[in-house]
Design a protein around this ligand. Structure first.
Ligand SMILES: Nc1nc2c(ncn2[C@@H]2O[C@H](COP(=O)(O)OP(=O)(O)OP(=O)(O)O)[C@@H](O)[C@H]2O)c(=O)[nH]1
Length: 342
């Protein structure tokens, strides 16, 4: 019996974990036992902790690199670990700079192809930044190619964060998406709220020895979903064999911790200003912080230039992961220390 796999891809901060959380909630309501694999660029497991805290789901994690390149071997091992637990479905959340095509190829490897069946590849887009990303990130050609692959490989493209833009921007994004993928279903939403019934169609609690569910038997609006690469996508993305196996080049993650007791206490505003200070070179930041004794631990998230705060029960030492393009790590660390000494 093959286990269906759903891949969640999409640029940094586009809403993948938010979608995963609602998929896990829905799975629980259906009595479906999920296996979850999460990949993070940084050394700290921010999203895995969120998933465990919100849903109690046991997560298989791959930290500090991308499963489509530097952590490729470990992807295979982690999937084998998950398979042993006999889940009804496997959800793989990729880093924001991963090429889902590489993961699809891994699923075809001899040790996996008899056990796993790709069910859907979903790509999330952040409506607030999707139109500017091409020019904002143009210095990193490999990243641009990867983001294009995220579009061409998808069966379903979710244009998320629609609450942050005018309707006209959504039509422009749809036009852009269609240039790269004519076949995928496109849905517009905010906070990753989509109808999960088509996505989870055919996935049910599996008794032993039942036939594998059919892949994507239902579509979002009645049409049958097909895996296809548009001519445009194939022509536009001319890559060398070597380039195809690398998904990000100039994007890196830096984890910074807080000085021990006795140092100056930061305010939320100071931390938010610190994020803004790095301009477009800081693409994403997230972490668990404890700014003052008066406040509980907070999960802080910086995505698309917006900062959000949420109470958390994270028990460990506070930290923030910074993900950026050509981030000057030494300068970042110096400026970070200065925050507490000024
Ligand atoms: N305003 C707004 N914020 C959103 C929406 N969807 C998600 N967010 C917020 O955006 C931030 C990033 O969301 P995530 O779901 O963590 O995004 P992600 O793609 O998993 O992020 P990475 O894995 O770190 O790349 C969080 O603070 C979310 O609460 C949305 O539709 N609108």
């Amino acid at each position: 019996m093959k286990i269906p796999v759903i891949i969640l891809s999409g640029f940094l901060g586009s809403g993948k974990t938010t979608l995963l959380l609602s998929m896990l909630k829905e799975s629980k309501e259906r009595g479906v036992q999920p296996g979850v694999l999460m990949n993070e660029l940084g050394k700290r497991d921010v999203d895995g902790y969120i998933v465990q805290e919100h849903t109690g789901t046991n997560v298989e994690k791959l930290l500090d690199g991308c499963v489509c390149c530097s952590r490729k071997e470990e992807l295979l091992d982690s999937l084998l670990v998950l398979i042993k637990r006999r889940p009804d479905v496997i959800y793989i959340e990729l880093t924001g700079v991963a090429n889902p095509e590489e993961i699809e190829k891994t699923l075809q490897e001899a040790s996996l192809r008899e056990k796993l069946a790709l069910h859907y590849t979903v790509t999330m887009l952040d409506a607030e930044n999707a139109l500017e990303n091409n020019s904002r990130l143009s210095a990193d050609k490999q990243l641009i190619r990867t983001m294009r692959k995220q579009l061409t490989t998808a069966d379903l493209i979710v244009i998320n964060k629609s609450d942050l833009v005018e309707p006209e921007a959504l039509w422009k994004i749809e036009k852009l998406v269609r240039k790269h993928n004519r076949e995928a279903e496109i849905v517009f939403t905010h906070y990753s709220k989509i109808n999960l019934t088509p996505l989870l169609a055919g996935i049910a609690p599996q008794p032993l020895y039942t036939p594998a569910p059919q892949r994507a038997p239902q579509a979002f609006k009645g049409a049958t979903l097909k895996r296809s690469y548009t001519e445009q996508g194939n022509v536009a993305v001319k890559e060398t064999e070597e380039a195809q196996h690398v998904s990000f080049s100039q994007v890196a993650a830096v984890t910074l911790t807080f000085p021990q007791a006795g140092s100056k206490v930061l305010t939320r505003q100071q931390l938010e200003e610190f994020f803004q200070e790095w301009g477009s070179s800081l693409l994403r930041a997230k972490g668990h912080v404890h700014l003052s004794e008066q406040e509980t631990v907070q999960l802080v998230q910086y995505a698309g230039m917006n900062t959000t705060w949420e109470a958390s029960r994270y028990p460990g030492l506070p930290y923030v992961v910074f993900i950026g393009m050509n981030l000057n790590e030494a300068l970042l660390a110096t400026r970070w220390s200065a925050l507490f000494n000024s």
